[in-house]
Design a protein around this ligand. Structure first.
Ligand code: 0GY
Length: 301
């Protein structure tokens, strides 16, 4: 039993997702997912804004196999703050089949960075979503970048569309690869070619910027199971930037208070956002391999 009680409005992940009809290509990577706890082994951070359900590595790896994927990129969630122990434990247990994105503070030691790198961490996450974290001055992020850039790591940024303007100079000043979570959280009731999403596409024009075409369940207004209104946004990015897009489940879907998606159904959306086999191979295999398993990607070609 965990000492932590999940928030009353929290929904637990679907314990029995459907088997997808779409079969991912060999070597496919779920490039955005999390592990939560379990809280009795890896306590949630005191500064967290929510207390999740436990969602450990065993459940994540079982889901990977059930969905027909080969690898995971596990992203540190805010409920664990800068305590990356649950992440490192999962990476170590994966036998090389998972890589990670950590959260670190500017004063992180060289030893800790080396340990994270050896465990499979390849990036840090900067979260600007106000309901998830308290804001920090830009200097904090710049100091972290100075620490991680020499390791060849990249930066994952999570923000809401309304904040892009304010953060534009910061994002475009980053010297590393920059991966944006969930397409910059567009308002999908607005047109794909309208000013808001065009501004995001303009950010993507920069050769060091990537996007995860993830989280229909979070962005959709039309809702499950088909999440029709999100498809044109994801598809637009896949078509326009085929070499800089990633896909992931976002399991265990933190902070979903209205419904919990069927992970099999999310996988079945992939052919709708990446209609050609070539686009899917890049989205699910070549792109995440280049960013997270670059040593192997270089060897194979
Ligand atoms: C996501 C989205 C969310 C949460 C977090 O780190 C987190 O707590 O990322 C969210 O609530 O939108 O990517 O998992």
């Amino acid at each position: 039993m965990s000492d932590f009680k999940m928030d009353a409005n929290w929904l637990s992940y679907d314990p029995a997702p459907s088997k997808p009809r779409f079969v991912p290509p060999p070597g496919a990577v779920d490039a955005h997912c999390h592990v939560f706890g379990p809280g009795n082994r890896f306590p949630y951070a005191p500064e967290r804004k929510y207390t999740p359900c436990d969602a450990g590595k065993e459940e994540l790896f079982a889901l990977r196999d059930h969905l027909g994927f080969s690898r995971n990129v596990i992203v540190q969630a805010t409920c664990h703050g800068a305590d990356n122990r649950a992440l490192v434990d999962a990476l170590t247990a994966s036998g090389g089949r998972a890589r990670g994105v950590a959260t670190v503070r500017p004063d992180v030691s060289d030893e800790t960075l080396a340990m994270l790198d050896a465990a499979g961490v390849r990036g840090v996450r900067f979260n600007f979503v106000r309901r998830l974290v308290d804001p920090k001055p830009d200097s904090t992020y710049h100091r972290i970048i100075e620490r991680i850039a020499p390791l060849g790591w990249h930066v994952v940024v999570y923000f809401e569309a309304a904040d892009l303007e304010e953060r534009w100079d910061f994002f475009t000043s980053l010297p590393t690869m920059v991966v944006v979570d969930h397409m910059g959280r567009p308002d999908v009731s607005k047109p794909v070619d309208g000013p808001e999403f065009s501004h995001f596409v303009e950010l993507m024009e920069r050769p060091n910027v990537w996007s995860k075409v993830t989280c229909p369940e979070r962005l959709s207004r039309s809702g499950p199971p088909s999440y029709d209104d999100v498809v044109p946004f994801a598809r637009h990015l896949v078509e326009r930037f085929p070499d800089r897009v990633l896909w992931g489940t976002d399991w265990p879907h933190p902070n979903m208070t209205t419904h919990m998606p069927d992970d099999g159904g999310l996988v079945d959306m992939i052919p709708r956002i990446a209609p050609s086999e070539e686009a899917r191979e890049r989205l699910l295999v070549a792109n995440p391999m280049r960013l997270y398993w670059f040593e192997e990607a270089q060897l194979s070609g």
